[in-house]
Design a protein around this ligand. Sequence first.
Ligand code: SF4
Ligand code: SF4
Length: 507
Amino acid sequence: MAKLHEAQGKTLLREHGIRTPEGALASTPEEARQVAQELSRPVVVKGQAWVTGRADRDLIRFAADPENAQMAASEILGRLVAGQPVEQVLVEEQVDCEREFYAGVIIDDQAQSPLLIFSSMGGTGIETIARSHPERIVRQHINVKDGLPGYEARNLVRSLDIHGKLLVGLGNLLASLYESASAYDARSAEINPIALTRDGKLLALDCRMTIDDNAAYRHPDLGIEVAREYDRPPTRLERIAWQVEAGDYRGTFYFIQMEYDYAHGDGVIGFHGAGGGGSMMSMDAVINRGYKLANFVDTSGNPPASKVYRAARIILNQGPIDGYFASGSGVASQEQFHSARGLVKAFMEEPLTVPAVLRLGGNAEQRAIAIIERAQAEIPAPVEAYGKDDSPEKCAERLDFLISSYSPPAERPTGRFPPDAAEPYQFSTITGGTVTLDHAACRRCDSKICLDTCIPQILSLEENVPVLNISREQAHKGGCIECLACQVECYFEGNRGGSVLLPIEGL
Ligand code: SF4
Ligand code: SF4
């Protein structure tokens, strides 16, 4: 679920007729001062961060005049919240509030319909209020075909003993909130609090909205860069990972950073999972040994070797990690030798300079383990591979041992790549990669291992060199599945004439 900042959510509410306090965003303390000056009344300065409890984090300040608004903004802007600097503050008029309410629309997955929630109390600690005063909260599922007619919204408000003008105003507000949530495919849209001012106006003082990841493409105006559930703007590497995932429909690649500011020796692990449950057990296994996780990655659902390669490169490009732990379900149905080839290519090219333990349990795991073990001499740091019979705990123990007994090289080693091609035969792949077969090396190659190991069998021998047996266009459209055999198998069993260049934009 992609989260929206408060200011963005309020814009959507205003589009649907819900009033919000007057104000504007500011990116500098001077701008904050200017907004306060234009409002010429006391203001509240609110750091725009995707976190709850902003008041407790001192991200909300009250200022009686423009000077104080400027000072408050200077103390909030740039502060790190969940690893990201606060880039904007919302400067709004202070509101003379007589009473507060809460309203929310959330998607109830179990009931498969939106659920409208309204409370005659609102403000900080709404969760506690819900527990201590359940009689002050009402809920109603909404039939998406009919929407939320005004009379139904009013009936809901009336059930909390609210009458007269306030009943009409709150009923209209609830109907508008539902319209706005529905128009933007919101998974949740909450206003807390709705303020009733002393002069009888209803204003949305704060709001939180999350948009359904699968619908984010329908709302380019929202500028959602990465349709994933983050509590902060995506990091540089998360943006890069998202581009990898967005450009490749095969399997999944989920990447999120957890630690941002660390050094060698902090006990931070680059984590590479495959499958949710097994990944959780595997993360627990390293955390129980006192390690922290730099990231969470999931490459599952039968991803191609190229996707696993790109995921591994991104994991290794974080801050300095002390180890690499790949461990997933243990009984993956995907053929694990694809993952093994992706990891070997990444570990050789980057190259890997910290110990790695790879638990590649699942289909064809013995072949996967053999691919890793064959590459050990070409990877600067120790790498061990295990299968489904080796528990996450055992693998974590091995990683712990390797880390404690490992001394990194004084100088960073260079990556290992196949030599430059003297007589390149090339074609492009579906994710913008390039396969190169150096026909000069191929002529001298006895094994021609690429022919047998190319999974879709798109290579044939012609005049003693491998060439495509499909058109270049077919190869580009996915005929070449980027299994990396013509690089990895060729490097170890052939004459090093094959290579697959897989760009990662922004890395
Ligand atoms: S294995 Fe390598 S060197 Fe041998 S024919 Fe294939 S690509 Fe060329
Ligand atoms: S040409 Fe064949 S072996 Fe090489 S990457 Fe493509 S599918 Fe794999």
